[in-house]
Design a protein around this ligand. Structure first.
Ligand code: F0G
Length: 345
């Protein structure tokens, strides 16, 4: 299947596919120890090092394989960017037509570039992600397109392998896993992975699942604080972390169940805290997009007595070059001569 590449298909017996998978060798991402001012062993699982640069590839390899298995010709999604990039890539690989609905003007450039180059039909709507998702669900139904948002259970099956890899890499379960939360599929998927590991006897206890939302897009945080198991949508979500700029997450109930039953919690972080965590990771050689840094930003706010903690970094730095240039400034420009340059060194 994949030569000597370590991919998530290592766990094939736990994944619900019947045909040869459509793979770009996803999964097998590094678990980096990081040095941050927290009294625990902290690791970052760098999902930005997947083929398209985000964790979505874990879901797409399974979801797109399923589309082929079911004889579908076309796939569709709404996206804040990464899902569309990943779906475009995997459907190109599989020879499927791909249709993508995006919130116009709110998708990071790297993600849009990927969706375009890999040949998806990209439709930018004047409206936010929540509206796009509602529309694409209806259109998929009407047109017989295979929907690949995280309402598709096979997406979550692929993403649960994050839990398998963490336990494989650490040799045990961590005490807590911090996960950036937008549409809330990933935290639900990772929780399911840990449940399966416990059922199979590989771990005794499920780590505390800690969801982290951006302050301006925090419906699940609000529900958690009020002890509820469903959300009130946020009408006009806004955050620098456009990946998680979502007001009505479809997997909210599942995510809240994961949080409550693992005795975890949901935190919110400001845009400033996100950027500061993003820079902290960058200084240790780990380049992530803003949404990805929210997990570490959450950990830094939390005074906990965990021994071992894993923060999920969901997407690559290169996804959102415009944000990076805004927060890190532009290079100094000088004439092309030695003395000018030496002045700067
Ligand atoms: N981090 C990144 C980089 C994302 O792209 C997303 C979701 C999340 C975190 C949140 O994951 O939705 O499972 O809670 N991006 C979706 C997209 C919505 O369309 O690319 P979630």
């Amino acid at each position: 299947l994949d030569g000597n590449n370590v991919t998530l298909w290592k766990y094939r017996s736990l994944l619900p596919v019947r045909i040869e998978p459509v793979t770009l060798f996803e999964g097998g991402t590094p678990l980096y120890p990081v040095d941050v001012d927290v009294d625990a062993r902290v690791f970052v699982k760098h999902e930005g090092l997947n083929p398209s640069g985000s964790f979505k590839d874990r879901g797409m390899t399974v979801g797109v394989t399923k589309a082929l298995e079911l004889g579908m010709k076309s796939v569709a999604c709404a996206s804040t960017g990464n899902t569309s990039a990943s779906m475009a890539m995997y459907s190109a690989r599989a020879g499927l037509r791909a249709y993508v609905l995006l919130p116009s003007g709110k998708v990071a450039l790297g993600k849009l570039a990927q969706a375009m180059m890999h040949g998806a039909r990209v439709i930018a709507i004047r409206g936010n992600f929540d509206v796009a998702l509602k529309l694409v669900r209806e259109i998929s139904e009407r047109k017989g397109l295979y929907l690949l948002n995280s309402v598709n259970p096979f997406r979550l099956e692929g993403q649960k392998t994050i839990a398998f890899e963490i336990v494989d890499q650490l040799g045990h379960a961590p005490d807590a896993v911090f996960v950036p939360v937008g549409n809330a599929g990933n935290i639900s998927a990772i929780y399911k992975g840990f449940l399966e590991l416990r059922e199979a006897g590989y771990i005794d206890e499920i780590p505390k699942m800690i969801g982290v939302q951006a302050e301006g897009a925090n419906p699940i945080y609000r529900a958690f604080v009020e002890g509820k198991d469903s959300i009130e949508p946020v009408e006009n979500p806004e955050t620098i972390a456009t990946a998680i700029r979502i007001g009505a997450p479809v997997n909210a109930r599942k995510a809240l169940r994961a949080v409550y039953s693992s005795k975890g919690k949901v935190l919110q972080v400001s845009d400033e805290e996100i950027v500061s965590a993003q820079k902290m990771l960058a200084k240790q050689g780990i380049g992530v997009e803003p949404a990805s840094a929210s997990s570490l930003a959450g950990l830094l706010k939390e005074d906990s007595d965990f021994d071992t903690v894993v923060c999920i970094a969901t997407g690559n730095l290169l996804k959102d070059p415009e944000e990076v240039m805004r927060v890190s400034g532009t290079p100094v420009e000088v004439d092309a001569n030695i003395s000018e340059i030496e002045r700067l060194i």
